[in-house]
Design a protein around this ligand. Structure first.
Ligand code: ADP
Ligand code: MG
Length: 291
Protein backbone atom coordinates (compact mmCIF):
# COMPACT_ATOMS: atom_id res chain seq x y z
CA UNK A 1 0.00 0.00 0.00
CA UNK A 2 1.29 3.44 -0.87
CA UNK A 3 3.47 5.16 1.67
CA UNK A 4 3.13 2.53 4.32
CA UNK A 5 5.71 2.97 7.08
CA UNK A 6 8.50 0.53 7.56
CA UNK A 7 8.03 -0.66 11.06
CA UNK A 8 10.89 -2.62 12.41
CA UNK A 9 9.67 -4.38 15.47
CA UNK A 10 12.02 -7.24 15.75
CA UNK A 11 12.62 -8.14 19.32
CA UNK A 12 13.82 -11.32 20.86
CA UNK A 13 11.24 -14.07 20.97
CA UNK A 14 11.55 -16.73 23.65
CA UNK A 15 9.98 -19.83 22.15
CA UNK A 16 8.08 -22.25 24.33
CA UNK A 17 8.98 -25.96 24.02
CA UNK A 18 5.37 -26.85 23.16
CA UNK A 19 5.56 -24.73 20.00
CA UNK A 20 7.70 -27.45 18.38
CA UNK A 21 4.78 -29.87 18.08
CA UNK A 22 2.75 -27.12 16.50
CA UNK A 23 5.41 -26.44 13.89
CA UNK A 24 5.62 -30.14 13.06
CA UNK A 25 1.85 -30.36 12.61
CA UNK A 26 1.79 -27.30 10.35
CA UNK A 27 4.61 -28.65 8.21
CA UNK A 28 2.89 -31.99 7.80
CA UNK A 29 -0.64 -30.78 7.14
CA UNK A 30 -0.09 -27.27 5.73
CA UNK A 31 -3.23 -25.17 5.07
CA UNK A 32 -4.83 -22.30 7.00
CA UNK A 33 -4.34 -21.83 10.73
CA UNK A 34 -6.29 -19.41 12.92
CA UNK A 35 -4.54 -18.06 15.99
CA UNK A 36 -6.96 -17.15 18.70
CA UNK A 37 -6.38 -15.84 22.20
CA UNK A 38 -7.07 -12.91 24.50
CA UNK A 39 -5.38 -9.54 24.06
CA UNK A 40 -1.65 -9.71 24.88
CA UNK A 41 -1.67 -13.50 25.01
CA UNK A 42 1.23 -13.60 22.53
CA UNK A 43 -0.62 -14.38 19.27
CA UNK A 44 1.40 -11.98 17.13
CA UNK A 45 4.68 -13.10 18.70
CA UNK A 46 3.84 -16.73 18.06
CA UNK A 47 2.83 -15.92 14.45
CA UNK A 48 6.14 -14.17 13.95
CA UNK A 49 8.05 -17.14 15.32
CA UNK A 50 6.09 -19.62 13.19
CA UNK A 51 6.79 -17.54 10.10
CA UNK A 52 10.53 -17.51 10.83
CA UNK A 53 10.62 -21.26 11.31
CA UNK A 54 8.48 -22.06 8.27
CA UNK A 55 10.45 -19.72 6.02
CA UNK A 56 13.68 -21.39 7.16
CA UNK A 57 12.21 -24.63 5.79
CA UNK A 58 11.39 -22.90 2.49
CA UNK A 59 7.66 -23.07 3.08
CA UNK A 60 5.82 -20.12 1.54
CA UNK A 61 3.76 -18.66 4.36
CA UNK A 62 1.16 -15.91 4.28
CA UNK A 63 0.23 -13.80 7.26
CA UNK A 64 -3.23 -12.29 7.49
CA UNK A 65 -3.41 -9.75 10.28
CA UNK A 66 -7.02 -9.24 11.25
CA UNK A 67 -6.30 -7.60 14.61
CA UNK A 68 -7.71 -4.21 13.66
CA UNK A 69 -7.04 -2.66 17.08
CA UNK A 70 -3.34 -3.55 17.43
CA UNK A 71 -2.33 -4.47 13.90
CA UNK A 72 1.23 -5.73 13.75
CA UNK A 73 1.49 -5.97 9.96
CA UNK A 74 -0.81 -3.30 8.57
CA UNK A 75 -2.33 -0.11 9.90
CA UNK A 76 -4.98 -0.01 12.64
CA UNK A 77 -8.50 -0.29 11.27
CA UNK A 78 -7.44 -2.56 8.42
CA UNK A 79 -7.05 -6.26 7.74
CA UNK A 80 -3.75 -6.82 5.96
CA UNK A 81 -1.86 -9.60 4.25
CA UNK A 82 1.66 -10.46 3.22
CA UNK A 83 3.18 -13.48 1.54
CA UNK A 84 6.59 -14.38 2.94
CA UNK A 85 9.13 -16.49 1.14
CA UNK A 86 12.53 -15.36 2.34
CA UNK A 87 14.30 -13.94 5.36
CA UNK A 88 14.23 -10.58 3.57
CA UNK A 89 10.42 -10.63 3.47
CA UNK A 90 10.47 -10.86 7.26
CA UNK A 91 12.81 -7.89 7.48
CA UNK A 92 10.62 -5.88 5.09
CA UNK A 93 7.59 -6.48 7.22
CA UNK A 94 5.25 -4.40 5.07
CA UNK A 95 1.74 -5.48 4.13
CA UNK A 96 1.00 -6.13 0.47
CA UNK A 97 -2.78 -6.20 0.57
CA UNK A 98 -5.29 -4.25 2.61
CA UNK A 99 -8.98 -4.43 3.40
CA UNK A 100 -10.30 -1.32 5.15
CA UNK A 101 -12.59 -1.97 8.10
CA UNK A 102 -12.62 1.55 9.53
CA UNK A 103 -13.05 0.65 13.17
CA UNK A 104 -10.78 -0.34 16.03
CA UNK A 105 -13.51 -2.42 17.58
CA UNK A 106 -14.41 -5.67 15.81
CA UNK A 107 -17.67 -5.95 17.75
CA UNK A 108 -19.06 -3.08 15.65
CA UNK A 109 -18.12 -4.62 12.30
CA UNK A 110 -18.55 -8.36 12.66
CA UNK A 111 -19.82 -9.13 9.16
CA UNK A 112 -17.25 -6.84 7.53
CA UNK A 113 -14.48 -8.53 9.58
CA UNK A 114 -15.61 -11.93 8.40
CA UNK A 115 -15.93 -10.81 4.80
CA UNK A 116 -12.52 -9.10 4.85
CA UNK A 117 -10.71 -12.06 6.36
CA UNK A 118 -12.30 -14.36 3.83
CA UNK A 119 -11.30 -12.12 0.94
CA UNK A 120 -7.71 -11.88 2.12
CA UNK A 121 -7.39 -15.62 2.50
CA UNK A 122 -8.83 -16.17 -0.94
CA UNK A 123 -6.30 -13.73 -2.35
CA UNK A 124 -3.19 -15.34 -0.83
CA UNK A 125 -4.28 -18.97 -1.02
CA UNK A 126 -3.13 -19.77 -4.59
CA UNK A 127 0.46 -18.82 -3.76
CA UNK A 128 0.82 -19.90 -0.13
CA UNK A 129 1.47 -23.28 1.42
CA UNK A 130 0.55 -22.17 4.91
CA UNK A 131 -1.67 -19.22 5.87
CA UNK A 132 -1.53 -17.89 9.43
CA UNK A 133 -4.45 -15.73 10.50
CA UNK A 134 -3.75 -13.48 13.50
CA UNK A 135 -6.97 -12.32 15.15
CA UNK A 136 -8.27 -9.73 17.60
CA UNK A 137 -8.32 -10.44 21.32
CA UNK A 138 -12.11 -10.21 21.35
CA UNK A 139 -12.95 -13.59 22.81
CA UNK A 140 -15.23 -12.86 25.74
CA UNK A 141 -18.92 -13.55 25.97
CA UNK A 142 -21.47 -13.90 23.27
CA UNK A 143 -19.90 -11.32 20.95
CA UNK A 144 -16.48 -13.00 21.06
CA UNK A 145 -18.16 -16.28 20.28
CA UNK A 146 -20.17 -14.87 17.35
CA UNK A 147 -17.07 -13.26 15.82
CA UNK A 148 -14.76 -16.28 16.14
CA UNK A 149 -17.33 -18.87 15.14
CA UNK A 150 -18.47 -16.69 12.24
CA UNK A 151 -14.92 -16.40 10.97
CA UNK A 152 -14.24 -20.11 11.34
CA UNK A 153 -17.47 -21.01 9.52
CA UNK A 154 -16.69 -18.59 6.69
CA UNK A 155 -13.04 -19.49 6.30
CA UNK A 156 -12.99 -23.16 7.28
CA UNK A 157 -9.41 -23.24 8.60
CA UNK A 158 -7.45 -26.48 8.73
CA UNK A 159 -6.09 -25.74 12.22
CA UNK A 160 -6.97 -23.65 15.23
CA UNK A 161 -4.10 -22.52 17.43
CA UNK A 162 -5.62 -21.59 20.77
CA UNK A 163 -3.39 -19.59 23.09
CA UNK A 164 -4.86 -19.50 26.56
CA UNK A 165 -3.94 -18.80 30.18
CA UNK A 166 -6.63 -20.91 31.79
CA UNK A 167 -9.79 -21.98 29.99
CA UNK A 168 -10.90 -18.63 28.60
CA UNK A 169 -11.27 -19.97 25.05
CA UNK A 170 -13.15 -23.15 25.87
CA UNK A 171 -16.62 -21.61 25.35
CA UNK A 172 -15.56 -21.03 21.73
CA UNK A 173 -13.50 -24.19 21.21
CA UNK A 174 -16.30 -26.44 22.32
CA UNK A 175 -18.38 -25.26 19.34
CA UNK A 176 -15.65 -25.91 16.80
CA UNK A 177 -16.14 -29.41 15.64
CA UNK A 178 -14.09 -31.09 12.89
CA UNK A 179 -11.14 -28.66 13.14
CA UNK A 180 -7.96 -29.86 14.84
CA UNK A 181 -7.28 -27.57 17.81
CA UNK A 182 -3.78 -27.06 19.18
CA UNK A 183 -3.90 -25.65 22.68
CA UNK A 184 -0.83 -23.79 23.83
CA UNK A 185 -0.22 -21.88 27.05
CA UNK A 186 0.37 -18.16 27.15
CA UNK A 187 4.14 -17.64 27.22
CA UNK A 188 5.71 -16.62 30.51
CA UNK A 189 7.25 -13.77 28.53
CA UNK A 190 3.89 -12.30 27.46
CA UNK A 191 3.42 -8.76 28.77
CA UNK A 192 0.26 -6.74 29.06
CA UNK A 193 0.17 -3.33 27.44
CA UNK A 194 -1.71 -0.48 29.03
CA UNK A 195 -4.59 1.31 27.34
CA UNK A 196 -2.30 4.32 26.93
CA UNK A 197 0.40 2.21 25.31
CA UNK A 198 -2.14 0.84 22.83
CA UNK A 199 -3.39 4.31 21.97
CA UNK A 200 0.16 5.58 21.58
CA UNK A 201 0.99 2.68 19.28
CA UNK A 202 -1.96 3.50 17.01
CA UNK A 203 -1.21 7.21 17.02
CA UNK A 204 2.44 6.58 16.12
CA UNK A 205 1.48 4.33 13.25
CA UNK A 206 -0.95 6.87 11.80
CA UNK A 207 1.53 9.72 12.30
CA UNK A 208 4.17 7.86 10.41
CA UNK A 209 1.81 6.92 7.60
CA UNK A 210 0.34 10.41 7.26
CA UNK A 211 3.68 12.19 7.72
CA UNK A 212 3.19 15.79 6.51
CA UNK A 213 6.16 15.39 4.19
CA UNK A 214 4.49 12.51 2.39
CA UNK A 215 0.83 13.49 2.12
CA UNK A 216 -0.87 15.42 -0.68
CA UNK A 217 -4.36 16.82 -0.95
CA UNK A 218 -6.79 15.34 -3.43
CA UNK A 219 -10.30 15.96 -4.59
CA UNK A 220 -12.31 13.09 -5.97
CA UNK A 221 -15.70 13.12 -7.55
CA UNK A 222 -17.33 10.39 -9.54
CA UNK A 223 -16.64 7.68 -6.98
CA UNK A 224 -18.88 5.40 -4.95
CA UNK A 225 -19.14 5.92 -1.21
CA UNK A 226 -19.33 2.97 1.17
CA UNK A 227 -20.04 2.58 4.86
CA UNK A 228 -20.41 -0.70 6.77
CA UNK A 229 -19.95 -2.68 3.58
CA UNK A 230 -22.81 -0.89 1.75
CA UNK A 231 -22.99 1.95 -0.75
CA UNK A 232 -24.51 5.20 0.52
CA UNK A 233 -24.91 8.84 -0.50
CA UNK A 234 -23.26 11.00 2.16
CA UNK A 235 -24.40 14.36 3.48
CA UNK A 236 -21.87 17.06 4.20
CA UNK A 237 -22.22 16.62 7.95
CA UNK A 238 -22.20 12.81 8.05
CA UNK A 239 -18.49 12.63 8.78
CA UNK A 240 -16.15 15.08 10.45
CA UNK A 241 -12.83 16.33 9.21
CA UNK A 242 -10.18 13.87 10.41
CA UNK A 243 -12.22 10.75 9.64
CA UNK A 244 -10.05 7.91 8.38
CA UNK A 245 -11.12 6.72 4.92
CA UNK A 246 -10.21 3.73 2.79
CA UNK A 247 -9.29 4.53 -0.82
CA UNK A 248 -10.25 1.49 -2.79
CA UNK A 249 -10.29 -0.04 -6.20
CA UNK A 250 -13.44 -2.09 -5.75
CA UNK A 251 -12.88 -4.03 -2.52
CA UNK A 252 -9.14 -3.72 -2.38
CA UNK A 253 -7.81 -0.82 -0.32
CA UNK A 254 -4.93 0.90 -2.12
CA UNK A 255 -4.27 3.57 0.49
CA UNK A 256 -5.80 5.32 3.48
CA UNK A 257 -6.76 8.97 3.64
CA UNK A 258 -7.86 11.60 6.13
CA UNK A 259 -11.11 13.39 5.31
CA UNK A 260 -10.92 17.15 4.77
CA UNK A 261 -14.32 17.91 3.26
CA UNK A 262 -17.28 16.00 1.98
CA UNK A 263 -20.46 16.50 0.05
CA UNK A 264 -22.85 14.11 -1.59
CA UNK A 265 -20.78 13.72 -4.76
CA UNK A 266 -17.20 14.62 -3.92
CA UNK A 267 -14.62 14.20 -1.24
CA UNK A 268 -11.44 16.10 -0.38
CA UNK A 269 -8.79 14.28 1.60
CA UNK A 270 -5.09 13.97 2.25
CA UNK A 271 -3.14 10.82 1.67
CA UNK A 272 0.39 9.62 0.90
CA UNK A 273 -1.00 8.38 -2.44
CA UNK A 274 0.87 9.50 -5.54
CA UNK A 275 -2.21 9.54 -7.74
CA UNK A 276 -5.91 8.73 -7.42
CA UNK A 277 -5.85 6.67 -10.59
CA UNK A 278 -7.89 3.51 -10.17
CA UNK A 279 -9.67 4.67 -7.03
CA UNK A 280 -13.37 4.22 -7.54
CA UNK A 281 -14.60 3.65 -4.01
CA UNK A 282 -14.19 5.66 -0.83
CA UNK A 283 -14.93 3.75 2.35
CA UNK A 284 -15.89 5.54 5.55
CA UNK A 285 -15.34 4.24 9.02
CA UNK A 286 -15.64 5.35 12.62
CA UNK A 287 -12.04 6.35 13.36
CA UNK A 288 -11.11 10.00 13.63
CA UNK A 289 -7.37 10.52 13.68
CA UNK A 290 -7.74 14.03 15.18
CA UNK A 291 -9.40 12.71 18.34
N1 ADP B 1 7.46 -15.85 23.74
C1 ADP B 1 7.65 -14.53 23.92
N2 ADP B 1 8.91 -14.03 23.97
C2 ADP B 1 9.11 -12.70 24.17
N3 ADP B 1 8.14 -11.79 24.32
C3 ADP B 1 6.87 -12.23 24.27
C4 ADP B 1 6.56 -13.61 24.06
N4 ADP B 1 5.20 -13.74 24.04
C5 ADP B 1 4.70 -12.50 24.21
N5 ADP B 1 5.69 -11.59 24.36
C6 ADP B 1 5.51 -10.14 24.60
O1 ADP B 1 4.25 -9.92 25.19
C7 ADP B 1 3.56 -8.82 24.60
C8 ADP B 1 2.22 -9.28 24.04
O2 ADP B 1 2.45 -10.20 22.97
P1 ADP B 1 1.71 -10.11 21.56
O3 ADP B 1 2.29 -11.18 20.74
O4 ADP B 1 1.77 -8.73 21.05
O5 ADP B 1 0.22 -10.46 22.01
P2 ADP B 1 -1.15 -10.43 21.17
O6 ADP B 1 -0.78 -10.41 19.73
O7 ADP B 1 -1.87 -11.67 21.58
O8 ADP B 1 -1.88 -9.21 21.64
C9 ADP B 1 4.49 -8.25 23.54
O9 ADP B 1 5.15 -7.14 24.09
C10 ADP B 1 5.47 -9.37 23.27
O10 ADP B 1 6.72 -8.86 22.97
MG1 MG C 1 -1.31 -9.02 18.26
Amino acid sequence: MTGQPRFSRRFEIFPEPEWEGLIDALIIHKGTAFLIGATDSGKSTLSQYLIERLISKNIITALIDSDIGQSSLGLPGTISAKILKTEKDIEDFIAEKFFFIGSLNPAQKISLMIEGTKKMIRMVRPVSEIILVDTTGLIQGEIGKVLKIGKVKAVKPDHIIAVQRHDELEHILTLLEDVPIYRVNVSRMARERSREARMRYRRDRFHEYFDEEKVHEFLLDDVDFFHNGKPFRPMRTDFQEGTLIGLNHQEETLALGILLELDSHSVAFKSPLKSVKGINRVVFGDINVNE
